[in-house]
Design a protein around this ligand. Structure first.
Ligand code: HEM
Length: 455
């Protein structure tokens, strides 16, 4: 109790928001990790929507207020920059998008946006996604599959979204190169989520080593492309960035490599988890599934069996889009985003000291009953009402100057996955699988379904 008191005193500076700091060093991390969303709700009940805490190794202000959240995301220029853990920045590289601010962020983001623009999706990426999903969703009929493994598991042959993303970023790779890139990449991911302890055998150390290997593979590929620049007619992202006349931002080699790693890292887990949860919700809501299937059967009827999904088909998938939004909302694929202050800064009448973290906790916004009447119901129809304009008010894809640049690409991937899934198959859950929603959405023992081919 003396320690607790001492820690309270240490942080009782003028102008800090209300809240408790817990224990020295550990702060309230244990409570936060154990109780998750309930910890947040309890603290809010006691201290309001803007309170201080000490979690994950840093003094932190948690903001659960929609208006303040928006303000924070809109005001990076005032000194509220991304605040992701050091291990993540070390492993994702100096030039990764979360590590850069100001004008460097603007041109790196510009380079990324031009790779995933609507024109690129339409002409380059969607054909690749279609070919990939068409093959991936083959021969599932008549078997029991673990849909989590098929969409997201870090096991060698699956990870739909990562494979699809590799396909878009660096194109076709020979089997052994692809496998080593994938396994190094998963070590890299583990490292980003670890404590930065630079000792042999730690996830952090292995993550750093994996980064070195991933970088050397990418550098080798890049040099090959450069050597054959006149004949290189590949249309993947690496070639786009390497061919300088298309690379308007003129990124350095290091920037190109970190950008490719950023794209792989940011896009795969979100897309996989949303795909898995959409399958789950559709299974539990037969009426939504029926309407979704009708939408896709209608599109299937408009083309010959071997024709790919095209941009204009995507535009017809209005209900599908609503299902994806509703899945992101209800499952809360992203709990929030992290920022930190570059100097003492006043927010909401309090002074947040330099170097503090701000956890822009968006999860509760997803269950706000003003925005979403009957918030715990899976109701894709709520997104079809244009007047509600919910799509612009939510923060499922972040907001402000760092609004997710991959949103439309992600939606295109999930939509194409759902197209082949619901038009080719019917499925039943085996039952009994547990789903966890915190700290991240996953099925600890898989999500098993019995799949039959559609007549
Ligand atoms: C459909 C699933 C997706 C969800 C739910 C999602 C969610 C988010 C969120 C909440 C942020 C804001 C992070 C912050 O403010 O710190 C973000 C940023 C970002 N997302 Fe996504 N994302 C998805 C798909 C993708 C895909 C497919 C890509 C691949 C290009 C991608 C690339 C990025 C990048 C690079 C950023 C950082 C942007 C910046 O800092 O300027 N995301 N995403």
């Amino acid at each position: 109790a003396v320690l607790l008191k001492w820690n309270e005193l240490k942080y009782r500076k003028k102008g800090l928001p209300p809240g408790t700091m817990g224990w020295p060093v550990f702060g309230e991390t244990t409570e936060f990790l154990r109780q998750g969303p309930n910890f947040m709700k309890n603290q809010r009940a006691r201290y309001g929507s803007f309170f201080k805490s000490h979690i994950l190794g840093c003094p932190t202000v948690v903001s659960m207020d929609p208006e303040i959240n928006r303000y924070i995301l809109m005001n990076e220029a005032k000194g509220i920059v991304p605040g992701y853990p050091q291990s993540m920045l070390d492993i994702l590289g100096r030039c990764n998008i979360a590590a850069v601010h100001g004008s460097t962020h603007r041109y790196m983001r510009g380079a990324l946006l031009s790779l995933v623009s609507p024109t690129m999706i339409k002409n380059q990426l969607l054909p690749k996604i279609d070919r990939f999903m068409r093959d991936h969703l083959c021969n599932w009929g008549g078997s029991v599959i673990d849909i989590q493994e098929q969409t997201k598991e870090a096991s060698p042959d699956y990870e739909m979204a990562l494979l699809s993303s590799l396909n878009q970023t660096i194109g076709f790779l020979s089997g052994s190169m692809r496998d080593s890139l994938k396994s190094e990449f998963f070590k890299l991911v583990l490292g980003t989520l670890s404590l930065p302890i630079d000792l042999p055998g730690t996830n952090y150390k292995q993550g750093l080593q994996a980064r070195k290997k991933v970088v050397s593979i990418l550098r080798k590929l890049m040099n090959e492309r450069k050597a054959s620049i006149d004949t290189d007619n590949r249309n993947d992202m690496l070639s786009y960035l390497t061919r300088s006349e298309e690379n308007r931002q003129k990124l350095t080699d290091e920037e190109i490599i970190d950008l490719i790693i950023t794209i792989l890292y940011s896009g795969y887990e979100t897309v996989s988890t949303t795909s898995m949860m959409a399958v789950k919700y559709l299974h539990d809501h037969p009426k939504a599934l029926r309407i979704l299937r009708e939408e896709h059967m209608e599109i299937k009827g408009r083309k010959r069996p071997d024709d790919p999904i095209e941009w204009n088909h995507l535009k017809l998938m209005r209900f599908t889009r609503a299902v994806i939004y509703e899945t992101s909302r209800l499952a809360t694929i992203v709990n929030g985003v992290l920022r930190k202050t570059t100097h003492d800064i006043e927010i909401n009448g309090f002074v947040i000291p330099r170097g503090w973290r701000i956890y822009v906790y968006t999860r509760e916004m997803n269950y706000n009953s003003y925005m979403y009447p009957d918030p715990l119901a899976f109701n894709p129809w709520r997104w079809l009402d244009k007047k509600a304009d919910l799509a612009n008010n939510n923060m499922m894809f972040g907001g402000g100057s760092r609004l997710c640049p991959g949103k439309e690409l992600g939606i295109a991937e999930i939509s194409t996955f759902l197209h082949y899934f619901v038009t080719r198959y019917r499925w039943e859950e085996i039952g009994g699988d547990k789903l966890m929603k915190f700290p991240r959405v996953e099925a600890p023992h898989g999500l098993h379904i019995r799949v039959e081919s559609s007549p």
